[in-house]
Structures are given as C-alpha cells and as structure tokens.
Design a protein around this ligand. Structure first.
Ligand SMILES: *Cc1c(COP(=O)(O)O)cnc(C)c1O
Length: 364
C-alpha cells in the first residue's frame, strides 16, 4: 500500500473462517448427518478438555446455554437469580425465560463485573442462583462469588459468552460453576450460531442433555420440560476446526491489547486484575467526555468502534415494562456513559494497532 492509497476501514469485529472450516462443513453435508451427531460429540469433548471440566454440552446459541443451564439447576418461577446489569440483554432475559426474577447487583468499577459485596447484599431466601458475567473477556471475581454461592447453597451459572480461555488463579472461567459460552460470529471463536455449557457435575450435565432434547432421556418419554436447544453438526464441524486456533487467536488479542495500552496516552485503557488472564473479547476504553464525538471522528478516520453497552439492563424499556427496573446500580449506570470498544481482533496487524492508537491520541 502506498501512502496515498485509501486505508480499508477497520471493523470493530471480524470472524475468522478459512478453508478448513469450509471443507469441514462440506464433509458434514456429504455425510448426510446434519443435525446433532458425532461432530457435536467431538466438539464437546475438545471444548471440555480446553476448559478443564468433565462435561461440555453443545446447544444452538449462548442464550440457549444460559436457559438450559439455569433449568438444569432447577431455576423456575418464584426463584431469584442475582446478576449484573452491565451486560448484553440475554444475561437477564434468559433468567426471565425460566420464569424466574433477575435481581440486579452493582458492578465493581475496576473491571465492570459483579461486585461480590453487592451480590451478598442482594441474597434473600428466594435466591436460587448467581449469574456473573466475565465481561469483555475479563474474569469476574469468580473465586469469591463461588465461595458466596457455596456458603449460601446457591447455584453458580457463569455467563462466559465473551470469555473463552479467560483465567482466574490459573483456572479457566466456566470451570468454577456451570459455564455458558456463545459461539456467535463476533465472539473469540465461532460456529455461526452456537453455544456450549461446561460443568464438572454429572447430574447437571445429564439434566442439560435432557433439557436440550425435549426433556427426554428415553425416546418419546418426556420426564422433564425441554425444547429443541440442540447444536447442529454443521455448526459443530466449524467449532472443531476453531478449537485448533482459539489459543493463538487469544494470544494475538492479548498482544494487540498490550500494544494498544502501551501506545494510547489520551484516555484510560482497560484494567487487568493481577493474576487474571483477560482474553480481550473487547478492548474497552473509558471516555469521560465527548464520547459520541470521538466515536464519529474515529469512524471518519476509518476506525470502527462500538458501545458495550449504552443502557444498563435494568434501565432497558422492556425491564421497565416487566417491572424489573427497581435496582439502583450507580456504578453500572456510570460505566454505560463512559465505555467505548476499539478493534482488537486477531486479524489486526501491528500497523493497524499503531493506526488505531494514533487516531485515538489525535482525536480524544
Ligand atoms: C453474546 C452474549 C450472549 C448471547 O449469546 P448468543 O450466542 O448471541 O445467544 C449472552 N451473554 C453475553 C454476555 C454475550 O456477550
């Protein structure tokens, strides 16, 4: 590229699908086994080994993973599930889909993840589970939350949709409780649509497999309530190939993030808690004023950005309509005004990173 050639626009997210993935999908098409079958089992075994748990259960989205995991823990009408309001809407709607009530606890300003003290304060006799999110790929204070759950007899369902390979104390997230991962195209790895549940608990795993398949263990005998949450082998074939790349991609994300943080001088860059592995699903800066103008200027300069998330869940119109808007979460509300995600995905090279950082330093 010469100096005068226009630079291609840098997208904020970009799925990586190569020849191997295309060939794997073609092989499934030729096999005739399109729905859940041997490729799903192969993907589940590889993913369980990656997270370091006994069981992984493939489903057809991250949202499905959350619903099935909650139901496998017996969450239903009358139960409360404590969660964070600073997340994607599916974190809360999955709880509502089970007939339960989401109870929003505030986040820790350090990592914008659930504050264990706020979780503890929100526990009532109706609390059945806690659902932390490992937002942007940074682990929540998951060991402390796991201890709280154990002390109070609560289920722990981790929304790890953005955190494939993130670690706390050397242990992968999704291994502390029942882990729920998304394989949506913008995530750290993809199957198209898809999701995965991880657990060490044999009974939870058994219930997940039953619930994802119409509540049946024996064919046409429906002991439990379930729906069709199954993963397709067409998607699982992509997942098997992506397992071979996820660690290299995570390492590239981390290196890109480190380079951005070294180069950016004009705004606050993401914080990483000592001892944690942040896998940078998003690289999110904090912009105390002029965020909309900065976003517009970066777009004109050729850098895509996104706001994750502009409205905390407890302030969303649907939560008002359904009466789930009573929580006071000032840290989440403040964060929603500050955050701006920059491109960090593994397709970016060093010159892209320098270009992004220079644009931020010039415009912020
Ligand atoms: C993406 C995402 C989900 C939902 O996953 P889908 O695969 O899109 O259904 C849930 N929670 C969080 C935090 C997410 O980022």
């Amino acid at each position: 590229m010469t100096d005068t050639a226009p630079r291609p626009f840098i997208q904020v997210a970009k799925p990586l699908i190569g020849r191997e993935e295309r060939e794997a999908v073609m092989a499934v098409m030729e096999s005739g086994q399109l729905a859940q079958g041997p490729k799903t089992a192969e993907f589940e075994a590889a993913f369980a080994a990656y997270i370091g748990v006994k069981h992984a259960i493939g489903v057809n989205s991250g949202t499905a993973a959350l619903i099935v995991a909650l139901q496998a823990h017996g969450v239903g009408p009358g139960d409360e599930v404590i969660t964070t309001p600073f997340s994607f809407i599916a974190t809360a709607t999955s709880i509502i889909a089970c007939g339960a009530t989401p109870v929003f606890a505030d986040v820790d300003p350090f990592d914008l993840n659930l504050d264990p003290a706020c979780v503890e304060a929100a526990i009532t006799e109706r609390t059945k589970a806690v659902m932390p999110v490992h937002l942007f790929g940074h682990p929540a204070r998951i060991a402390e939350i796991a201890e709280l759950c154990a002390d109070n007899g609560l289920a722990l369902v981790e929304d790890a949709a953005q955190a494939h390979g993130a670690e706390h104390g050397g242990r992968r997230v999704g291994a502390f409780g029942t882990g729920c991962f998304s394989m949506y195209p913008t995530k750290n790895m993809t199957t198209g649509e898809g999701g995965m549940i991880t657990t060490d608990d044999d009974e939870v795993a058994r219930m997940c497999r039953i619930i994802r398949n119409h509540g049946q263990e024996e064919r046409y005998v429906h002991e439990h309530f379930g729906l069709n949450w199954r993963m397709q082998d067409l998607n699982a074939a992509i997942g098997v190939v992506q397992m071979g790349h996820i660690e290299a991609w995570n390492e590239t994300r981390i290196a890109n993030a480190e380079a951005l943080s070294r180069l950016i001088r004009t705004v606050e860059t993401p914080r990483v808690r000592a001892g944690d592995r942040h896998v940078f699903h998003q690289y999110t800066i904090r912009v105390p004023s002029g965020r909309a103008a900065l976003q517009e200027a970066l777009k004109e300069a050729g850098v895509g950005t996104a706001i994750h998330y502009p409205i905390p869940i407890h302030r969303q119109p649907i939560m008002r309509k359904m009466g789930f808007d009573s929580a006071s979460c000032p840290n989440a509300e403040a964060a929603a005004e500050l955050v701006l995600s920059l491109p960090v995905h593994p397709s970016l090279g060093p010159e892209d990173i320098e270009f992004i950082a220079a644009a931020v330093n010039r415009l912020a």
